[in-house]
Design a protein around this ligand. Structure first.
Ligand code: SF4
Length: 148
């Protein structure tokens, strides 16, 4: 799957959940709380494929990051940058994505002749404090800088 098709699919899923929550007149704090991983696994099983996988305890719902309190409102991340056509060549490899803030917890991963941003060690967009700071009901507005 290309970055752009994943991005558009995620935008549509987010919008579907938001349309439901806004129709119920939930406020910002209530909406963000709804996107808590544990709640989403139960109420929005189609939002993320990991919600149906088994975790280390053998229960349904596998977290993408090892965090006690994981919030899914900003999956992916406003700092992620991608271009399916590639940004540049580096040592004969094509760079397809990077982190705009060069997070100390992120890294560039090499996969054959491709370089992709590896966010597996970074929890920036999953903290409620960060989400509150960058909040908008329109996910695409928050993510507008992710691609050209
Ligand atoms: S490394 Fe962290 S801040 Fe950077 S794009 Fe990935 S999740 Fe976002």
């Amino acid at each position: 799957m290309s970055y752009l098709s994943w991005f558009e699919e995620q935008a549509a899923k987010h919008k579907k959940v938001m349309t439901k929550l806004l129709a119920k007149n939930l406020n910002k704090d209530e909406i963000i709380a709804y996107f808590d991983f544990d709640n989403m696994v139960i109420h929005e099983p189609e939002f993320c494929p990991l919600y149906k996988e088994l975790n280390a305890k053998g229960k349904v719902g596998k977290k993408c990051h090892d965090m006690e309190s994981l919030n899914c409102y900003l999956c992916a991340c406003p700092n992620f940058r991608f271009d399916d056509n590639g940004y540049e060549q580096r040592d004969g490899k094509t760079v397809y994505s990077f982190c705009d803030i060069d997070s100390k917890d992120g890294k560039q991963g090499v996969y054959g002749d491709a370089i992709h941003q590896d966010c597996s060690g970074c929890s920036v967009p999953h903290h409620v404090s960060y989400i509150k700071k960058h909040y908008d009901t329109d996910w695409k507005k928050i993510m507008k800088a992710c691609h050209n």
